[in-house]
Every structure is written in C-alpha cells, then in structure tokens.
Design a protein around this ligand. Structure first.
Ligand code: AOF
Ligand code: ZN
Length: 365
C-alpha cells in the first residue's frame, strides 16, 4: 500500500523522518486491525534517538514504544508520528499525555486521525500544553498506509479490493494452474496486507490449497469461501489444527452442508442468498477492516456478489495483473468482445507497476 520511500521528498528533514516513521509502521502490516498502522520516531539535535510502531490492537501505541526507546533524550526533542496522537482512553492510555510527560518540544503529524473520538482533539491537546504541532507532512503517504482503516472509520464498512489476472488479449485467468506467472511475489504480499479473502467454491474441492502468504511471520487472512452448489453437498475442507489460517463458508440455502462441519473447525453460515453485505458485516464484527475479492476458480460464484458490489458501492479498489500471454491459440485473433470504452467507469487514481513478468494495474473506483 505504501511504497515510494525512495521517491522525491517535499518536506526536507521533516519528510525524511516521516518516511522513516511510515517504514516502521509497515513492520506490522496485517497485524493491527481494527487499529491503524502507526510509526513514530523521536529526533533530537538532528539524530534519531527513538523509534517505535504499533504492533497489534491492545498493545501500546507507536509513540509509547518510541518514547521508551528514547528515554530521557526525548526531552526537548521532536516526535514524528504518521497518525495524530490519540487523546482518549481506549485499550491503552492517551499518547498525548505520554508526549506531554516526556516534555517533547514539537510533534510532526502525518495525518489527522479520522476516528471521531480523536479527530483533531489530539492535536488540540498538544497545542494547549504548549507543544508546537505541524500537521500534514507526507500526508498522502500516511493516508495510503491506512486506506482500509480510514475507509472503515468514515463509512463503517470494510475496504474491499477486487483482484484478478488477465491475458494481454483480455481473457480472465483461473489462476489455478501453471499459467500463473507471478502469484509468488506481489500476491504473497497482498495476502499479508488483507484481513480476509473471498474465494470461489473451487477451493472447497481442492483440499489444502488455500492461498497462504509466504512472507516471514505473516498473519494469514481469514478465508471466506462462497458455496453455491445446488446439485451436490459441499465438500468441507480438512483444516488441520496446525493451519495458520481460518476458514468460513458462506453457503446459500440450496446448498447442502454436511453436519460435521463444526467439528472440523470450519464455521458455516447459511444465507437465503449469498450476499456481499452479509459477508462484510460478518468481517466487520470480527474487527476485519480489509477484504480481498480474489476472482479466480469458479468465477460464476462472484456474479451476484459483484453486481451487489457495484450497485451498493461496496467496492473501493481494483488490482489487475496482466500477463504477457495471448490466451487460446493463434486462430483466436480478436481480443475480448468490443465495448465502447467512452461509457466506462473511470478509475480515480491508477498506478501501474511491473511485478516479475507481468504488469500490475491498481486503481480506485
Ligand atoms: C496513536 N498511535 O499507534 C495508534 C493509534 O484501543 P486503543 O487504545 O488501541 O485505541 C485505538 C484507537 O487509537 C484507534 O482507533 C485510533 O484512533 C488510535 N490509534 N493512535 O496515537 C497509535 N494505533
Ligand atoms: Zn495513542
């Protein structure tokens, strides 16, 4: 979600220290939901004297770790924080008080906290205590870091990203066979970033093939599997106690579900009709802020869900991987069906990048 630490720096030294704070925050990618990723450095006489990040909800905030690291050197120093320091008692005490107590001279903030309990009150409290505060340094970078947290705070709904793979002639890849060229690199990182994955029923038929992030120590996303199988009972996957991921099946009521599901540690929710809002409600209830709709396998399972996603404005982002493959044979000379693109939905920001041999396009609806 946030690259570009090497990019241009508009804020001089402030920008440099804020980027370092962003880098620290990213150490906890995938571990902090429903809390944000936050990083902090304490600088004194042009040197970093303390560093910290928020590791997990329920644990101390980034500022607390950085202040501990700095010890008495924090006095008269400057704290750089990617997110406005909190001014409330949540699971942990207010960071504003810790900064005041440590007698820092200045606080540089990346972005205001969209959490209505905080929303500028942290900045006000620091200023009231005589601390100089600057807000908005590397703001875009700090916002990118927490796009899911921000969305969830402002709308009360999880942040949903649609992902799929295409050939250069526009065919959707099922990404299940050997034609997947780069599922290793960027995909493994994506899995680490998202709290939940929505998968097609294909994954119920293929035991032990659930996608797992290969990043060291990665938190694995919850595997949400859609089951729409009117003709046969669904196969419940065997999830061993050693599995690092959890599985939940959303089945429609026509689908026969075997009674022993619960015994295998796989939860099943039966709905009248598979419905994206219900899945997102469930995720929200578990403190999961970001959901990756992984369009592969039996893609018919996603038809209804995607229709609801577009109709109800539940989709925020799309990531398309374009493979350097002409799908089919040379006889198949025309790319996918013609459409007048002039009437299409334009994405707000589109970032292209190269990953292995494929091109990745990331944009916002
Ligand atoms: C910060 N620094 O590192 C984080 C902040 O339940 P709590 O005490 O963890 O509070 C959670 C809220 O605190 C969270 O929703 C967000 O507004 C803020 N998170 N604030 O100053 C941090 N993680
Ligand atoms: Zn805090």
């Amino acid at each position: 979600r946030c690259e570009g630490l090497q990019g241009k720096c508009d804020y001089g030294d402030d920008g440099f220290y804020m980027r370092r704070s962003v880098e620290l925050a990213r150490k906890a990618v995938g571990c902090t939901s429903p809390n944000p990723l936050v990083g902090c450095v304490i600088v004194k006489d042009g040197k970093i004297v303390g560093e910290g990040f928020h590791p997990k909800a329920g644990q101390p905030h980034a500022e607390v770790f950085a202040l501990r690291d700095a010890g008495h050197l924090a006095e008269n120093g400057t704290a750089y924080v990617t997110l406005e320091p909190c001014n409330h008692y949540g699971r942990t005490p207010p960071c504003t008080e810790a900064l005041v107590k440590a007698k820092v001279k200045k606080v540089v903030v990346g972005m205001v906290d969209p959490n209505p309990i905080v929303a500028s009150k942290g900045v006000d409290r620091l200023r009231d205590a005589g601390i100089e505060v600057t807000v908005g340094v590397e703001e875009e970078l700090c916002k990118m870091l927490n796009e899911a947290y921000i969305h969830q705070m402002l709308t009360g709904k999880p942040f949903v990203t649609l992902r799929y793979t295409l050939s250069v002639n526009g065919h959707l890849s099922d990404c299940l066979g050997e034609n997947v060229m780069d599922l290793g690199g960027y995909y493994s990182q994506l899995l680490q970033e998202y709290d939940a994955l929505i998968l097609s029923s294909t994954f119920l038929m293929q035991k032990s093939s659930f996608p797992e992030s290969k990043e060291p120590g990665a938190n694995q996303p919850l595997q949400v599997v859609i089951a729409r199988c009117p003709d046969s009972p669904i196969q419940i996957p065997i999830v061993t106690t050693e599995a690092t991921f959890k599985v939940i099946i959303f089945a429609d009521k026509e689908t026969a579900v075997r009674p022993e599901t619960a015994q295998q540690g796989v939860e099943t929710v039966v709905l009248d009709r598979i419905n994206l809002s219900a899945i997102l409600e469930y995720c929200k209830g578990r403190g999961l802020c970001s959901v990756l709709l992984d369009l592969r396998g039996n893609i018919g399972d996603f038809e209804e869900i995607l229709r609801q996603g577009f109709d109800q404005d539940l989709l925020q982002k799309v990531i398309v991987e374009v493979l350097p493959i002409w799908a089919g044979s040379k006889e198949e000379t025309l790319p996918m069906a013609l459409k007048d693109l002039g009437f299409g939905l334009r994405l707000k920001t589109l970032t292209p990048r190269i990953s292995g041999k494929s091109v990745l396009l990331e944009g916002y609806f």
